[in-house]
Ligand binder design. Structure first.
Ligand code: NAD
Length: 339
């Protein structure tokens, strides 16, 4: 908290529609009188020692405030740039990616009553970037799994389950084939579970989970799923698809110290600057942030207003939800619906 009694949060507005949806979030937060002051944070990459890096001022801001909200960043095309999102994850060791997917009332999809919570290991697995050519025509890619990173993300999953009052952890894996790597993840889960006697532990093979989740997603409504990086990447997008797409899905990147909350979608260059973007995913990400900060009463209020606005008819929904509202009209309606 600062001298005014407010929490200071770093805000990476982002590129493209990031500018418009960030503005919407700020307006709604001001109207809801959330005790937060935003510290604008420019992460336009610099090259440091030949690598993509984040400007020191941005690193200092996030390290000081410990919490950041982030709009989408356009990854510059061309060699020499590592994805800025990956750089952020590495810089702050954001080891767990939390992705809830909850049906949005008033926006029907073929699936009803979806309420999945998935936690993805965020730092290793197939994303370790260790690939090489053995001989021309034969390449090898290393899937790196460590006990340390597995333990961190699984422990976080247990803590998160407690925080949101779910009683079961489901480890999703393929240890039947990847006996050593996924096997280590599974064994680590069994170890970690000993410290959480109030939460039960179950296991499922990833292909079976994929089948079951698209058959009847609601059977996962009482568990927190946790899985290695690549499985989590794919399964979390699959879960987003069940509720109507990436434009609606929030996420949090969690570290020991720092957490960065962000919408799952990109900078949408096709509609940027046209007052058409849907700020819902960034707003819902900010609600997870408020929960993390112990300000959940504000988060619940904002979330309710957002969902009420979406459910209130086409004229109040943005184009991605087959509506006709502009970003600013949607924002005004959310403010009206704050109770
Ligand atoms: P995208 O998510 O930006 O867009 C895909 C489609 O979804 C577009 O038609 C877009 O108009 C629509 N869309 C996305 N978000 C929307 C919203 N909030 N409201 C309404 N419509 C929305 O994906 P892309 O086109 O593949 O990527 C564009 C840029 O974003 C690239 O530079 C990419 O690297 C970057 N990106 C960044 C992140 C991130 O920062 N986390 C994630 C994905 C992509």
């Amino acid at each position: 908290k600062n001298a005014n009694g407010n929490y200071v949060v770093s805000f990476i507005e982002g590129d493209g529609i990031g500018i418009e949806i960030s503005k919407a979030v700020k307006k709604i937060y001001a109207a809801a009188e959330v005790p937060i002051e935003w510290e604008s944070c420019d992460v336009t990459p610099i090259i440091k020692d030949g690598n993509t890096a984040i400007p020191q001022a941005a690193i200092d801001s996030i390290n000081k405030n410990l919490v950041a909200l982030k709009g989408p960043l356009a990854t510059p095309v061309g060699k020499g740039h590592r994805s800025l999102n990956l750089t952020l994850r590495k810089t702050f060791d954001l080891f767990a990616n939390v992705r809830p997917a909850k049906s949005i009332e008033g926006y029907a999809t073929p699936y009803e009553n979806v309420d999945t919570v998935l936690i993805r290991e965020n730092t290793e697995g197939e994303y370790s970037g260790i690939e090489h050519t053995v001989v021309p025509g034969v390449v090898q890619s290393i899937k790196l799994i460590t006990r340390e990173a597995s333990e961190k993300v699984i422990k976080y999953a247990f803590e998160y389950a407690r925080a949101i009052n779910r009683k079961k952890i489901l480890v999703v894996h393929k240890a039947t084939i990847m006996k050593l790597s996924d096997g280590l993840f599974v064994e680590t889960a069994k170890e970690v579970a000993k410290a959480f006697p109030d939460v039960s532990l179950d296991f499922e093979i990833i292909d079976n989970t994929a089948l079951k989740v698209v058959t009847k997603p609601s059977q996962y409504n009482d568990v927190v799923m946790v899985m290695p990086n690549l499985y989590g990447d794919i399964m979390s997008d699959l879960a987003s698809g069940l509720i109507g797409g990436l434009g609606l899905t929030p996420s949090g990147n969690m570290g020991d110290k720092v957490s960065i909350f962000e919408a799952v979608h990109g900078s949408a260059p096709d509609i940027a600057g046209q007052n058409k973007a849907n700020p819902t995913a960034l707003l819902l990400s900010s609600c997870i942030m408020l929960q993390h900060m112990g300000l959940e009463q504000y988060g619940e209020r904002i979330q309710k207003a957002v969902l009420k606005t979406i459910a209130s008819g086409k004229e109040n929904r943005t184009g991605d939800l087959k509506g006709s509202a502009s970003t600013s009209h949607f924002t005004e309606q959310v403010i009206k619906n704050l109770e």
